[in-house]
Design a protein around this ligand. Structure first.
Ligand SMILES: Nc1ncnc2c1ncn2[C@@H]1O[C@H](COP(=O)(O)OP(=O)(O)O)[C@@H](O)[C@H]1O
Ligand SMILES: [Mg+2]
Length: 273
């Protein structure tokens, strides 16, 4: 089964893209065949993986617009600097696609349907083997608009990076309301996990926010905290995930620990079901 995770937070600059790419790389390093999907019109994930969205001929937009029969999803997938880690890029059309999509019936499922077409063919059906992923990570846009709903509808998990700053928990409550609405309308199976990032050990506010998260969201909070590390600002310019750019840096160790914890949580859930 493919585990689909939407890295979401309606606030910009909270490390969604960084976490999506870094965690995707950590899963790939563990041998998971992993796809990261750029679902933000700004195309930052594509850029971080070394691709210029302005120069791409196809992207996740084509997956959303196409009928299953029209599109070869493999044509929308690009390799990254890491083995086992692929990218489905975004392009600027993603910014204006909402209108076109909402004219269609059950548009909320457009990304989910697209992911179905990535599945390998049924046994006995023949045809060339298609790509199969253990995990798909979606880098969501900084909004709670229709694209976010599409991503949350396609995912089993929302993974929420929370920046250790004031007002972070206010935004979090709004996001959890939206996840609740998605659970009721289009995706009964969605669950969520939270982790703290951009944590500054010297900053009292950072510590306070972390304590609040521990107090109010204990069951959903991953223990690993991602601290400030400038290597995370540099690695996108190199077009590489941090664990490749600076394998031994603190950020790499922390993202590896976060991936380990995430995998454990996913497996516990699978055993329960
Ligand atoms: N732990 C960290 N330490 C230092 N800088 C970080 C860290 N995580 C992310 N950043 C930087 O913060 C900025 C915002 O991160 P980004 O992943 O683009 O956020 P979002 O996708 O939520 O808008 C980027 O410049 C990124 O390099
Ligand atoms: Mg981003």
């Amino acid at each position: 089964m493919t585990i689909i995770i939407a890295v979401s937070n309606q606030k910009g600059g909270v490390a969604k893209t960084t976490s999506c790419f870094s965690l995707g790389a950590c899963l790939a390093e563990r041998g998971w065949h992993t796809l990261v999907v750029d679902f933000d019109p700004q195309g930052h994930l594509s850029l971080a993986a070394g691709y210029d969205p302005d120069e791409l001929e196809s992207s996740v937009v084509d997956l959303l617009l196409a009928d299953r029969s029209q599109v070869n999803p493999q044509a929308l997938i690009l390799p990254t600097a890491m083995a086992n880690l692929d990218l489905m890029p975004a392009d600027l059309r993603l910014a204006t696609i909402e209108q076109t999509l909402t004219e269609r019936e059950s548009y909320e499922f457009a990304l989910w349907r697209g992911f179905q077409s990535l599945a390998p063919p049924q046994r006995g059906e023949g045809g060339p083997a298609q790509s199969h992923y253990d995990a798909i990570l979606i880098d969501c846009p900084p909004s709670l608009g229709k694209l976010a709903i599409l991503a949350l509808t396609a995912a089993q998990w929302a993974l929420i990076p929370v920046q250790c700053e004031y007002f972070a928990s206010r935004g979090l409550l709004r996001l959890l309301d939206v996840i609740d609405a998605v659970r009721q309308r289009t995706n009964a199976a969605i669950d969520y996990l939270i982790f703290a990032t951009l944590f500054d050990v010297r900053n009292a506010i950072s510590r306070r926010v972390l304590e609040e998260l521990q107090e109010h969201f204990a069951g959903h909070l991953l223990q690993t905290v991602i601290r400030l590390d400038t290597r995370l600002r540099e690695s996108p310019m190199a077009g590489e995930p941090v664990i490749q750019y600076a394998p031994r840096t603190r950020a790499s160790q922390e993202y590896r620990a976060l991936a380990q914890e995430l995998v454990e949580r996913l497996q516990v859930k699978e055993q329960i079901q």
